[in-house]
Design a protein around this ligand. Structure first.
Ligand code: 13P
Length: 249
């Protein structure tokens, strides 16, 4: 399984800082592990301009479930395609917790992305309370099942899945490699049941939550961890590239 590392800049950046960061990624050239950055909407054109001739892919952090219309403030999948996005993050826990993205809306957004040939990075994961209550697998299954029910096996199989335990995001608390692997194996088993074993085996399941150069190699060594979705560390070129290197080794 070839690994993938994706940076999620969240609501960080500015034209000058981005130019330096994107320039460093461009200068790093082709790496053994493919990598991408998901940037705020206003900077998609900058990402396209500065990365367009490189092997680095880019994408957005959300999209509307609607194709067009009177939806003030929303951004459609077709608009993202205008800037040659390859990926779009869907269902990040921050959008689920803060912006009303229900399982059903997340599924609709996956459908909207697939319909314009954007590859969704579908985020799933449990809160600390859910982990402590022993319902991690039930939560992750429910989040995935909503997409399967609405969009079908083919669309689910077209997603990159990102397992991000909410309690590990931006907290410095990483899931242990064993904790993460256990959930990744569960996810792959569910995907296998829905999409078929061969398809599930070829799908990319990323881990996200306080991934740093110091812990990346150990996480990526797990059998079902196919790379990472990186928040804070993706804003520092050296750290992000060190994580990409860890995925390649
Ligand atoms: P951190 O790497 O900052 O914990 O963020 C993870 C994340 O939410 C990526 O989508």
């Amino acid at each position: 399984m070839r690994k993938l590392v994706v940076g999620n800049w969240k609501m960080h950046g500015g034209l000058d800082a981005n130019a330096a960061l994107l320039g460093a990624l461009y200068a790093a050239g082709r790496q053994a592990c493919p990598f991408a950055v998901c940037v705020p909407f206003p900077y998609l054109q900058q990402a396209q301009a500065l990365l367009g001739s490189s092997s680095v892919a880019w994408g957005a952090q959300d999209l509307s479930e609607h194709a067009s219309g009177a939806y003030t403030g929303e951004v459609s999948g077709a608009m993202l395609k205008d800037f040659a996005c390859r990926y779009v993050i869907v269902g990040h826990s921050e959008r689920r917790a803060l912006f009303g993205d229900t399982d059903e809306r997340v599924a609709a957004k996956v459908g909207a992305a697939i319909s314009v040939k954007l590859q969704p990075i579908l985020c799933v994961g449990e809160t600390l309370g859910e982990r402590e209550a022993g319902v991690t697998e039930a939560v992750v299954e429910r989040q995935l099942a909503a997409v399967f029910a609405r969009c079908g096996a083919e669309a689910l199989a077209a997603c990159v899945i990102a397992y991000e335990p909410v309690w590990a995001i931006g907290t410095g608390k990483t899931a242990s490699p064993e904790q993460a692997q256990a959930v990744h194996a569960f996810i792959r088993a569910r995907l296998s049941a829905w999409c078929g074993e061969d398809v599930a085996a070829a799908m990319t399941i990323l881990y996200g939550g306080s991934v740093k150069p110091q812990n990346a190699a150990e996480l990526f060594a797990q059998a079902d961890i196919d790379g990472g979705l990186i928040g804070g560390a993706s804003l520092v070129a050296g750290d992000f590239l060190a994580i990409v290197a860890a995925a390649a080794s």
